[in-house]
Design a binder for this molecule. Structure first.
Ligand SMILES: Cc1cc2nc3c(=O)[nH]c(=O)nc-3n(C[C@H](O)[C@H](O)[C@H](O)COP(=O)(O)O)c2cc1C
Length: 317
């Protein structure tokens, strides 16, 4: 499926979900190399961006090779969200997303993230403000609602479309569901029917095949994959490597390290990369032993050396 998004054409329906602490430039580049059509950044605090906090500025790292990328903002203040969107608009990116799905207590307590699912009026003000100041296409990432009694996704999507949003991504759970329980495909379909803009379905897609099956079943414009892409970027490409060998896993991890070393200076953060590295061995026979050794590393060079030694051993077999 190919559809236009602003001046960008999205070449296939597989999209990388925004994940704080995970979807930085190196991982997004890796997912693009493996076929993701569009990647979302980690969420960026609108206040931090406007006040130029280094932590937020670091999240703006992007390059031409990863395009199209969408950078995500979160916040509860329409004016500040608009200001932050104006700053993001100056970046060489394909679009700006508004986070209306984050369940974290410290975020929802402020009225931001998933709390906006129970406050359509504030949601409208924020989306309108971002659309007014952004020169890039705007998307909105939502949940099905706040809880089972407050299913607002169709209403809020309509509001978003009316305010100028160009796509919706919907995680098929409410805030109270967190990350567990079944995905509510019925509400995703209701949401699709309530708008004419593209809708990306999200939640618990664990393989390329499942993504294709969902596209066939509900006819959404795209499928957005989060956790299942961690340590498994090949999920975006389909084809032969869906049950990869240990050698292929390590080759992909080495490429991940290479991208991280190229783009994260002075060097990648140990805890972040260790987290990623762990996931490449999910479900493998030697996984537990390898993970123990990954955990034992205390610096990034130590971790890198361990992975290279592992690669030499495995590639010789
Ligand atoms: C570690 C982690 C970080 C996340 N960070 C964000 C975020 O920054 N913004 C956002 O909208 N959603 C975030 N999410 C939610 C995901 O984008 C996605 O909606 C959710 O994980 C369900 O999709 P999945 O089952 O494919 O993982 C995060 C999820 C995880 C696991």
């Amino acid at each position: 499926m190919i559809f236009p998004f602003g001046t960008t054409h999205i070449k296939n329906p597989f999209v990388l979900a925004p994940m704080a602490g995970c979807t930085d430039l190196p991982f997004r580049l890796l997912c693009r190399e493996h076929g993701a059509a569009l990647c979302y950044s980690e969420m960026i605090d609108c206040h931090g961006l406007v006040s130029q906090e280094q932590e937020c500025l670091d999240l703006l790292l992007t390059n031409a090779a990863e395009q199209p990328v969408i950078m995500q903002l979160y916040g509860n203040d329409p004016f500040m969200m608009g200001e932050a969107a104006a700053i993001l608009s100056e970046q060489p990116i394909a679009g700006i997303d508004i986070n209306m799905g984050c369940p974290m207590e410290k975020i929802v307590q402020t009225g931001a993230g998933a709390a906006l699912m129970k406050n359509p009026r504030l949601a409208e003000k924020i989306i309108t403000s971002v659309c007014n100041t952004s020169t890039k296409p705007v998307t909105v990432k939502i949940r099905t609602g706040w809880n089972q009694h407050t299913i607002t996704a169709p209403e809020i999507s309509k509001i978003a479309e009316g305010a100028g949003a160009q796509a919706i991504a919907i995680h098929g759970r409410t805030w109270t569901d967190g990350f567990t329980g079944p995905i509510d495909h019925a509400v995703i379909v209701q949401t699709m029917k309530s708008v004419a803009i593209p809708v990306f379905a999200n939640g618990d897609i664990t393989s390329h095949e499942e993504g294709l099956a969902l596209l066939r079943k509900i006819g959404c414009a795209g499928v957005m994959i989060g956790r299942a892409a961690l340590g498994a970027p090949w999920i975006f490409s389909g084809g032969v490597n869906q049950q990869p060998s240990m050698a292929y896993r390590i080759k992909t991890l080495l490429r991940h390290l290479e991208l991280a070393e190229t783009h994260l200076v002075p060097e990648p953060s140990l805890s972040k990369i260790r987290n990623h590295a762990w996931k490449y061995f999910r479900g493998t026979t030697n996984g537990p032993a390898i993970r123990k050794q990954i955990d034992a590393t205390t610096t990034y060079p130590e971790l890198r050396d361990f992975i290279h030694t592992l690669a030499e051993r495995v590639f010789q077999q």
